[in-house]
Ligand binder design. Structure first.
Ligand SMILES: C[S@@+](CC[C@H](N)C(=O)[O-])C[C@H]1O[C@@H](n2cnc3c(N)ncnc32)[C@H](O)[C@@H]1O
Length: 236
């Protein structure tokens, strides 16, 4: 994770939780994740919420009966989550290692599922992180990841604004949070590419939710050495 990404999220950490207030723009994500996880994993399963931000999705999953470890590299995000956490079933820890050492920090064969809510688009080489997340999981574990859908017109507009913005402010100065977001959120893969990157990293995509939405969710199962193709298995 680049220092620009950490700086960006540290800068906006005090405003992040408000996105989950009833009037906020991200409250719908709570039901999206609890619903998807609840379809395949029993209560009591151990989840890793990777890039948990201020922990809102971790808490929602905890309320559903899951045991959750929320982790994030931005210290101000994780501090905000830790301040809110009074419970044993939802805990938080800062990521102190690089993306290729995650299994060493969090341990192998430990989790039944991994949640990545709007994280992969900030990761320069997602395959490296996804492989590590495969290692921290047990056999039969599930992964739930949202990613910007490059087919959606709002993503084309974002790409255009980002390109123009780079021309106007090549040094990145005087950026609003939105323009800073465009500057740091740079990994944009199509859904097919996500399927193949996940597969290379030991995950088989079972379902894509929101194939035409601005933000799609990929639901994948940890491969147990059985080869297969994800193509043609889309739904909803
Ligand atoms: C857009 S925010 C999403 C936060 C939370 N998942 C949510 O949906 O509310 C992305 C988060 O991922 C974290 N992040 C991005 N890349 C990361 C990486 N390589 N390792 C750990 N955390 C990362 C950022 O610090 C930030 O808190």
């Amino acid at each position: 994770m680049s220092t620009e990404v950490v700086r960006h999220f540290d800068r906006i950490a005090d405003r992040w939780q408000a996105k989950y207030f009833p009037s906020g723009s991200m409250g719908h994500r709570l039901a999206r994740f609890t619903g998807s996880v609840g379809e395949v994993l029993p209560r009591g399963a151990q989840l890793l919420d990777y890039g948990c931000g201020t922990g809102d999705i971790s808490f929602a999953l905890g309320d559903f009966g899951y045991r959750v470890l929320g982790v994030d590299r931005a210290s101000k995000m994780i501090e905000a989550a830790q301040i809110r956490s009074q419970r044993q079933d939802v805990r938080f820890e800062r990521v102190r290692c690089s993306d290729d050492e995650v299994a060493s920090q969090f341990g192998r064969n430990r989790f039944d599922g991994v949640v990545l809510s709007s994280v992969l688009e900030y990761v320069q080489v997602p395959a490296v992180l996804l492989r590590q997340l495969n290692e921290v999981c047990r056999d039969g574990a599930w992964l739930f990841a949202t990613a910007p859908n490059t087919r959606h017109p709002c993503r084309w507009a974002e790409a255009l604004v980002a390109r123009v913005d780079r021309r106007i402010h090549p040094d990145g100065s005087r950026l609003s949070p939105y323009r800073e977001y465009l500057r740091v959120s740079t990994t944009r893969y199509g859904l097919m590419k996500w399927c193949s990157v996940l597969r290379e990293s030991g995950w088989h995509v079972e379902q894509i939710v929101g194939r035409y939405a601005a933000l799609s969710m990929l639901i994948a199962k940890r491969l147990g050495g059985v080869p297969g193709s994800c193509y043609g298995q889309f739904s909803k």
